[in-house]
Design a protein around this ligand. Structure first.
Ligand code: GTQ
Ligand code: FE2
Length: 378
């Protein structure tokens, strides 16, 4: 398969449906090369495949290893202006060592030591935080201090000023998702440094951010509050709501009411309370709960996903590979590779006995381009 950055090298080849290699044909190919021309017939299999063939491969990162290395970095590498964040990205093994979990998505573990601040900046890349363990960090978005606790999801659309501060006496880790790889190919990124220090008025630790107090009441849209910037105006989706939504779905299913994706599989999508759309222009985020002993149907989708196991344990199958997963583990589902999970009965450490999965993916981009496709199994 020709990579995009290998030099053009054309050769006359004997192949079915192609003329025999003659001196004239070789000369023709040399002419193409000289004039920087490439005929379709030598490239078509790679450029226009019958179905998606992802460059990314399925891969699993164990949370224990990530946290251990992040903690080592916490002791050895300062966080400050320039590097901006103590964030360590997942690098898909088949994407050339770049810090890209998939061709479109960045996923990283970020770590702040007690009392540390990550300086203010803004960028066009859309971002979110998801918290699998710990508390004590506030992310300050446009001057609004937003608390981060286990199970909380915090979207942060591009071009908002943001900084983070750890107000506790313990280190804290969380995951970041951004559309860095996607924006990298668009060549349309912008970045600005903000203030080196946030003000004392922002270094507060409220239980609810202003954004949650305005936008965070279920089914109630504030009247007279404009929202004109991209992405969700709600800066935190607290665990209590997500957990209750999923528990209710599964409980009602047991009582014979519809409302789950499939038997034993409940899911919610984080949505923009302003208009019901995805929380970020380029990233969709969901939470899935697979009841103890239940199994999901293998599904292929265009576009790629990153999952983090929030709780429980089970077996994940992506394309040809299967892994045992437990709390905190992160894995990648490349485009058009069949994905299914089985929640392992008995071995689960979650409250509900279920396998809980946080998911983010690039579906809004594929839907906008009308390239979204789903197929049950392959
Ligand atoms: O926290 O602002 O993982 O700007 C990558 C880029 C986190 C952040 C990342 C970022 C951030
Ligand atoms: Fe940032």
């Amino acid at each position: 398969m020709a990579a995009i950055d290998t030099p053009v090298q054309l050769k006359a080849v004997a192949a079915p449906g192609q003329p025999d290699v003659t001196p004239e044909l070789e000369q023709l190919y040399q002419g193409f090369e000289r004039e920087l021309l490439v005929p379709l017939w030598t490239e078509i299999g790679d450029l226009m495949p019958a179905h998606p063939r992802s460059r990314a491969v399925p891969h699993l990162w164990k949370w224990d290893n990530l946290v251990r290395l992040a903690d080592e970095a916490g002791h050895l590498v300062p966080v400050g202006r320039g590097g901006e964040r103590r964030a360590i990205a997942l690098a898909n093994p088949s994407l050339g060592g770049r810090p890209f979990a998939t061709p479109t998505l960045w996923a990283a573990i970020q770590y702040l030591m007690p009392g540390e601040d990550a300086p203010e900046h803004r960028h066009t890349q859309h971002a979110f935080r998801f918290v699998v363990e710990g508390s004590g960090v506030w992310t300050v978005v446009g001057g609004d201090a937003v608390p981060m606790n286990r199970g909380d999801f915090l979207p942060q659309a591009g071009w908002n000023w943001h900084a983070h501060h750890n107000a506790s006496d313990r280190p804290m880790a969380w995951i970041d998702g951004l559309d860095i790889p996607l924006q990298y190919v668009t060549e349309a990124q912008f970045f600005e440094f903000g203030r080196d220090e946030i003000s004392d008025a922002e270094r507060i630790t409220p239980r609810y951010s202003r954004s949650e107090r305005i936008w965070g009441h279920p089914g109630l849209r504030p009247v007279g509050v404009a929202h004109t910037t991209p992405g969700s105006p709600l800066l935190a989706y607290k665990w209590e709501h997500t957990n209750r939504a999923l528990a209710d779905q599964l409980e009602l299913e047991k009582q014979g009411y519809a409302g789950t994706v499939e038997p034993g599989h409940a899911a919610v999508r984080y949505s923009n309370p302003h208009d019901g759309s995805d929380v970020l222009p380029t990233i969709r985020a969901e939470f899935h709960r697979v009841a103890r002993g239940a199994e999901t149907t293998p599904v292929c989708e265009t576009g790629s996903s990153v999952y983090q196991v929030f709780d429980g344990s089970g077996t994940v199958t992506v394309g040809e590979v299967s892994w045992s997963v437990t709390r905190g583990d992160l894995f990648v589902v490349p485009s058009w590779q069949a994905f299914s999970v089985r929640s392992e009965a008995g071995s689960s450490d979650s409250d509900s006995g279920a396998l809980d999965l946080f998911r983010f993916c690039d579906a809004p981009v594929f839907e906008a381009l009308q390239l979204n496709r789903t197929q049950i199994d392959k």
